[in-house]
Design a protein around this ligand. Sequence first.
Ligand SMILES: Nc1ncnc2c1ncn2[C@@H]1O[C@H](COP(=O)(O)OP(=O)(O)O)[C@@H](O)[C@H]1O
Ligand SMILES: CC(=O)OP(=O)(O)O
Ligand SMILES: [Mg+2]
Length: 393
Amino acid sequence: MKQPILVINCGSSSIKFALFPEDHCPKTTFTGVAERLGEDEPHLILHGDPEIRIDLAPGSGHKEGMRAFIHATQDKLHDLAGVGHRVVHGGERFHDSILLDADNIAELETLSPLAPLHNPMNLTGIHLCKELFPAAPQVAVFDTAFHQSIPEQTWLYGTPYDWYEKAGVRRYGFHGTSYRYILEQASQRLSKPAASLNLLISHLGNGCSVCAVRAGQSVDTSMGLTPLEGVVMGTRCGNIDPGLAQHMLHHSDLSMDDIMTALNKHSGLKGLSGIGNDMRVLLESEAEGHAGAKRAINVFTFRIARELAALSCSLPHLDAVIFTGGIGEHASDIRQRILAQWQSMPFLLDDQLNQQHGDQQGRISQPDTPLVMVIPTSEETMIANDTRTLISQ
Ligand SMILES: Nc1ncnc2c1ncn2[C@@H]1O[C@H](COP(=O)(O)OP(=O)(O)O)[C@@H](O)[C@H]1O
Ligand SMILES: CC(=O)OP(=O)(O)O
Ligand SMILES: [Mg+2]
């Protein structure tokens, strides 16, 4: 094989790895995932036939997961043409994907407090690859880049304006690489130019957000200054009253740091259910009558419906609602319950198509009702494409 491109997609609790051929080809040659990092039973899965599972030492985090992947696949990682990294927060400084150098890596370090569950891990990957593959150029692809088109009235908070001027307090939005991929896919599947499409896209993974795309551009999204704002997620609370933090400071023995950790890591589906953040487990538990699982799923689906309805405010009309991400792609019951919670819209799903996660085009709705689609995302494909483009310039 010619020189491959390695893609590293560091999420909050997982790392997805993919190896792509250097020439233009959307197919991966190899993929793997490190999961449950920093939690119980962290492990690495190398996809293929047979699939290989490697258990990591208890307490292993992103660095250990990445080292284990590179160790287990070193025979495939010779002569890399380049490495593409997902970087979640690009702040106001990075509007597009970049070739990494010492200066912009130093600038990236300053953005870590704005995405504490992500950017430090993204930088871990960048530093490790620099050490292990010193000859390979590295590229950063930002979640925030797709949301540069959001208008000021939407990205400003109602806080004192000098907080924005002095401290960069504004809404940025995330999961943009996924939204960019879904927009391209929707354009192909609907045979319409991307610039003509008005969409609501729901990226439901461990982190969850929704995005309004008007005429092919992001015009609103649910995440804000950090990936904590918006809908209820796996372990994150989503929108809350900021007064809640002071209330908890006075009515518990928690410090501000403890409260932030709770809002980021012990809230959402995990905090509401008391079981965990894995939607598969929650659906099974709910079916067995677990009250916490039912409560968590009800709050989760309602908050997503509410946010979708709020974002529809920016669209002249709606061409399609699209579900993606681990939950959006695989949990038919969750999709159905979200749409049922949006009472003013006449959504009508085709049960069979919903169960099978869409027809060839991805459609799950009945004819002559608002179009609803399921499209599997691939942030890795977008990262590989941008890496190819930047390293060949
Ligand atoms: N078959 C399934 N049914 C329901 N939920 C699923 C299924 N497969 C994956 N999920 C859920 O998807 C979520 C993880 O999504 P993913 O997009 O892989 O996350 P990440 O944010 O780490 O990239 C988990 O809540 C997981 O339970
Ligand atoms: C931005 C974000 O929440 O990413 P993830 O879903 O990978 O945690
Ligand atoms: Mg993700």
